[in-house]
Design a protein around this ligand. Structure first.
Ligand code: MRU
Length: 351
């Protein structure tokens, strides 16, 4: 079933982080070289790289770049902390960013303010570990989630939670990949995902390359698909999962969960444990990023709405836990997401 090799989202070479410029896909495969932590923060903000796990991995490598700069100009640990703060604020909703930064900062703390080549080398080793772990995690998510996908399933997915949103393989798309690899016959409906078209540009590309049967639809087609009994499973990724299981994901996810409930179709979320944020009681506390209204009023730089119209552009919405049939993680499935279940999951090891 498998087709072309998945595109590499990012890699480390020549003391730099190379990011696949996802804004140019599917038309052009071009890698942007980031030589500083500020380059990476800008790339995250401008969505050269996007997707919660990919943002986290990128931020980890950005910390290596910050440490190297600090070692070079003697600006010290405070400069690395400033870089971390800039990275942290580059996109507020995906908690994987904060998770990866904390992991890097804990090494920084262990060094007690010393900056130098040794610290840079240790941070680089940790960033590489985070990248490798993400790949392995996604494969485990795929293995756990594939059991939820019946042979002959007609799957609806939103945005891009694929290899391009991670270090590779993907979360929601990883589940689809694993089900396809197990020989299940699948049909995937891909929401185009306004306004930045991650579904039309990225998910469609990944599924085509994998030779998994896929059909592109407008976001507003979802109601029709459900009412025409064309969807048997919904699976999406996540940017942050609060302690009660409420889940933030790309704007337009919540209405799919409502539709799925109405039509008695299972609605699954696939995400690594690093997306779970027990510090927030419920989804109401999740910071929702608001992006430039121009993303709505223009298309490829051309104005499509009249000049002067106001536009509101939240990048994410929150799906209440009660609408989620199960969360698929690398540690197994969580059928009724709630604080106790999520705490147990984080406390136990991998299955
Ligand atoms: O704005 P984006 O493209 O970063 O949004 C991405 C999503 O909403 C994904 O579904 C989520 O980050 C999970 S990626 C495995």
């Amino acid at each position: 079933m498998s087709g072309a090799e998945p595109l590499r989202t990012l890699y480390w070479e020549q003391d730099s982080l190379f990011l696949l410029d996802q804004r140019l896909l599917p038309g052009k495969i071009s890698y942007r070289r980031c030589r500083s932590a500020a380059d990476v923060a800008a790339a995250i903000k401008n969505m050269v790289v996007r997707g919660a796990p990919a943002i986290g991995v990128s931020a980890a490598f950005a910390m290596v770049l910050a440490a190297r700069e600090a070692a070079g100009d003697g600006s010290g640990a405070a400069a690395i902390e400033r870089a971390a703060a800039a990275l942290r604020s580059s996109r507020p909703t995906a908690v994987n960013l904060d998770w990866a930064l904390r992991r890097m900062e804990s090494l920084l703390e262990r060094f007690g303010g010393d900056t130098g080549e040794e610290l840079t080398a240790i941070l680089l080793r940790e960033a590489r570990t985070i990248l490798e772990e993400d790949l392995a995690t996604n494969r485990r998510i795929g293995a756990h989630g594939a059991s939820l996908i019946p042979d002959g399933a007609s799957i609806l997915t939103h945005c891009n939670a694929g290899a391009l949103a991670t270090a590779g393989y993907g979360t929601a798309l990883g589940v689809i990949r694993a089900a396809a690899a197990a020989g299940k016959r699948l049909q995937v409906y891909v929401d185009e995902t306004r306004p930045l078209l991650q579904g039309a540009r990225l998910t469609a590309l990944e599924l085509l390359r994998e030779k998994i049967p896929a059909v592109l639809v407008t976001d507003s087609c979802a109601g029709y698909l459900f009412s025409d009994d064309r969807i048997t499973v919904v699976i999406v990724g996540a940017d942050r999962i609060a302690a009660n299981g409420d889940t933030a994901n790309k704007i337009g996810t919540y209405p799919l969960a409502v539709l799925a409930k109405r039509h008695r179709v299972p609605f699954y979320v696939a995400a690594p444990c690093s997306t779970i944020d027990l510090s927030l009681e419920s989804g109401r506390e999740i910071a929702i990023e608001e992006r430039d209204p121009e993303e709505i009023t223009t298309l490829n730089g051309d104005r499509i709405a009249p000049a002067g119209i106001a536009a509101f552009n939240p990048a994410f919405d929150v799906t209440p836990a009660e609408l989620i049939s199960a969360i698929v993680t690398e540690r197994g499935l969580l059928h009724r997401p709630c604080r106790a279940a999520l705490e147990n999951l984080l406390a136990k090891g991998e299955e």
